[in-house]
Design a protein around this ligand. Structure first.
Ligand SMILES: Nc1nc2c(ncn2[C@@H]2O[C@H](COP(=O)(O)OP(=O)(O)OP(=O)(O)O)[C@@H](O)[C@H]2O)c(=O)[nH]1
Length: 706
């Protein structure tokens, strides 16, 4: 190619001379006007370069046009537009046409070197890490530019955005590159990272925290009275105003040390919280009335505390009563595995009276002693995490929730997420009704500001900002929806073997409910003996009577299977078991229960079948057929009879035989099925004692889907 004029080249490239001149300017090739000439070599390089560019430009132009026609037409001058478009295409190669041209003219044959050069040039740029989306204002800050500069750039890209608007990675990248940055795609933080779950505390960051106490025991043994008595003697006399708030938990000071009491007594609440994941109790106070002794719910409470691995202190209450007999209580406790210290065991027991206040100081001292041995510690200098103790909707204040801080410190203004609920802590009061700005480990506080009412037992987390808390709450909602579809994995006999194989189950927790104590003992001993090297069988709770709601909640919290022997779940228990996916097995023969658990451990559990009646036929006449046997001439009275069905012969309401069908005929033909209202001949396998008026009931065993 000889020399070529600018307008001629522009024509070849299908662009205007003016546009070509501007492009050449960018490539540092100075021409006077459209009549100027270019060297042949120069021209062919430009052709190569701009042909691709022009194609790209056209494409991008089209896209940009689509994004914002108006903006294109009115606001952007043609040169700016062109620059912008060129940069979009540069975005793909990360190199300016000038760089490309230089390389081509200088050392076209050393292609590899060019690449090195290229990447070396690119590495020298300032780097910026971008996530999948970013607010315009935040991007400006990261780029050390004013927001208006960034917004202007966005306008040139055909995007109208405000300072608070989120833009996606691609758009943010274009802007960043425009400002001369090299963009690196940052790794998105996982929810765990956002929640700080894996953040480990250094031992040096840990400081002593108060113990959290739950009071349990049989109905009317004085749980509430005891909580009230402690609160009254230790709180009101010292606090200004003397009014304590009932926020679901309270703290007392003893010898300069703090103790936190959960204000909802009973193992039911304790286990309900635990089944939601909140294991906030450090010590359980087992209240036993000295005049009444160990009762069924005392035993339940013991088992619930044991299942949670929480140490027990026994408070033998009502010692002011004349009928009080603390020794009898201690004796009865030994029968349930609690041996008190004075009798050589390790269980601390204190005789108290909620009425007279006797023994309360000693009880509190013992709590501190047990707490001391537990070495309870937490890091106050991190984002707070803990549990929702209770929450409700208040007409005036919106969602009011009591939080118990497990670790870290919560502040007014913090962004919080708890289950599907999220928000900023707008205000915070402590258990004395005092407004506080912050609260640390083991402290209960009431907060307002959550979007909706969380559930007691939900874990709460303080997160970096509102955006994250909202995001996590949304994800949680999604998870819950998913969980409804895919049931949560609970221990079940069908799946036991798989779970053992996968190593997810090392212990089988069992709750036994039976009609009499004798059966419980027999069953318990046999089941515990099934333990082998791989799996341990634990009987975590037993009781006489129907399977109750608390049994199911304990099973849910401890991932246990419930075995009912000659008892059934009540309606409440049944529906909760369904919801919580707790496996309840009902037996009438002890041996069957043991066999089932044993087979389940070996993965040999037989599938469960249920019988489905298919049809019934009445015998009208019988025929003796040589070499075959007796054939019954029948009339199908309901349903239908299938050749493959099992049948039973019923004579005067009594089953006289069960077996298979050997032949089924209509007239002379073998048939597969005979429907209601038709006559047929039926032969029964290995059975000839058929009589007129017998009923042949046909059934199949259908496998119950696991
Ligand atoms: N004499 C005497 N009576 C007590 C004592 N503690 C509690 N009581 C009485 O025992 C009854 C039951 O006490 P509560 O505190 O309601 O018992 P509770 O265990 O909380 O009962 P529930 O909440 O129904 O499970 C009440 O009438 C109390 O006044 C005590 O130390 N001495």
């Amino acid at each position: 190619m000889a020399k070529i004029r600018v307008y001629e080249l522009a024509k070849k490239l299908n662009i205007s001379s003016k546009e070509l001149i501007a492009q050449l300017e960018d490539l540092d090739i100075r021409v006077v006007n459209h009549m100027s000439t270019l060297e042949a070599e120069q021209a062919s390089l430009i052709m190569d370069l701009l042909k691709d560019e022009t194609l790209d430009i056209d494409k991008e132009k089209h896209e940009v046009n689509n994004i914002n026609n108006d903006l294109e037409d009115t606001n952007i001058k043609s040169t700016e537009k062109r620059k912008n478009q060129k940069n979009i295409s540069r975005n793909k190669s990360h190199h300016s046409p000038k760089e490309e041209q230089n390389k081509k003219t200088q050392k076209p044959e050393h292609h590899e070197e060019n690449i090195v050069e290229k990447s070396a040039g690119h590495s020298s740029k300032k780097e910026i890490e971008l996530l999948s989306s970013i607010q315009v204002g935040v991007l400006a800050e990261k780029l050390s530019k004013s927001s208006s500069e960034v917004i202007k750039k966005l306008m040139l890209l055909g995007i109208m955005a405000t300072i608070n608007q989120e833009i996606d990675f691609d758009t943010a990248s274009m802007v960043a590159e425009e400002f001369g940055y090299a963009v690196v795609e940052a790794k998105e933080e996982s929810i765990e990272e956002k929640l700080n779950i894996d953040e480990k505390d250094e031992p040096k960051d840990l400081v002593k925290r108060p113990p959290v106490i739950t009071v349990m025991g049989h109905v009317d043994h004085g749980k509430t009275s005891l909580l009230d008595a402690i609160r009254k003697t230790k709180v009101t006399e010292r606090e200004a105003g003397g009014i304590t708030q009932h926020i679901g938990a309270y703290t007392v000071k003893v010898d300069g040390e703090t103790i936190t009491f959960l204000d909802t007594p009973g193992h039911e609440a304790f286990t309900a919280m635990r089944s939601r994941g909140a294991s906030i109790t450090d010590i359980a106070i087992l209240v036993v009335a000295a005049d009444d002794g160990v009762m069924p719910q005392t035993i339940e409470a013991i088992n619930h505390a044991k299942a949670a691995n929480v140490p027990i202190i026994v408070a033998i209450n009502k010692i002011d009563k004349p009928a009080a007999n603390p020794d009898r209580v201690k004796q009865e406790l030994t029968e349930h595995g609690l041996l008190v210290e004075e009798w050589g065991g390790d269980i601390i027991s204190v005789a108290v009276s909620a009425h007279t206040g006797e023994g309360l100081d000693q009880l509190l001292e013992m709590i501190l002693l047990v707490a001391e041995m537990q070495e309870l510690k937490a890091n106050p200098n991190r984002r707070a995490k803990g549990s929702i103790v209770e929450a409700q909707l208040d007409k005036g204040r919106g969602t009011v929730a009591t939080l118990l801080i497990e670790t870290g410190t919560i502040h007014v203004g913090d962004s919080v997420v708890a289950g599907v609920s999220h928000g900023k802590v707008r205000a915070m009061v402590d258990d004395k009704g005092k407004r506080v700005k912050e609260a640390g480990p083991s402290m209960p506080v009431e907060i307002i500001g959550l979007s909706e009412v969380p559930s007691a037992g939900d874990t709460f987390y303080v997160v970096e900002d509102d955006k994250i808390s909202r995001q996590i709450a949304e994800t949680k909602k999604e998870e819950i929806r998913e969980q409804h579809i895919h049931q949560t994995q609970r221990l079940s006999l069908e799946d036991l073997f798989n779970q053992i194989q996968q190593g997810t189950v090392k212990e089988i927790n069992i709750i036994i409910k039976a009609d009499v104590q004798g059966s419980i003992e027999a069953l318990k001993q046999s089941l515990v003996r099934l333990s082998d090297d791989e799996v341990k069988v634990n009987v975590i709770h037993t009781g006489v009577g129907a399977i109750s709601e608390t049994d199911v909640m304990l099973a849910s919290a401890s991932n246990a299977i419930i075995i009912g022997f000659n008892v059934r779940p009540d309606n409440n228990a049944r529906s909760i078991a369904e919801k919580e996916k707790v496996d309840i097995r009902l037996y009438r023969v002890i041996y069957n229960a043991i066999e089932d658990i044993q087979d389940a451990m070996k993965g040999m559990l037989d599938p469960e079948y249920k019988e489905v009646i298919m049809g019934r036929a009445e015998i009208r006449q019988t025929f003796k057929v040589p070499n075959i046997g007796t054939i019954a001439g029948c009339h199908v009275i309901d349903g239908k009879i299938n050749r493959n069905n099992e049948v039973r012969i019923i004579r005067d309401g009594i089953v006289v035989h069960e077996g298979g069908i050997s032949s089924l005929k209509r007239f002379k033909d073998d048939v597969r099925e005979v429907a209601s209202g038709y006559e047929c001949g039926i032969g029964i396998e290995k059975y000839n004692d058929l009589k007129e008026n017998d009923i042949i009931e046909a059934f199949t065993m259908e496998e119950i889907p696991r």
